[in-house]
Design a protein around this ligand. Sequence first.
Ligand SMILES: [Zn+2]
Length: 66
Amino acid sequence: MAPTLRTPTERTCERCGREEVWDGDAGTWRLAETDGERAVGSPYCIHEWDINGSFVPFEDDHPATA
Ligand SMILES: [Zn+2]
């Protein structure tokens, strides 16, 4: 099999539950729809995205030691 380009296509906010999907044509994230319902989440949330996929660029669970 050819190596797969691993591009995140979905992401979910860990804080408010907002879901977005990657629109490759538009080159932007847009709101996901599930069964006609849009998981908008909170407009006041500073979204913390949990991107579906196998790569994690960094983890911020660990306290940074400078
Ligand atoms: Zn959020």
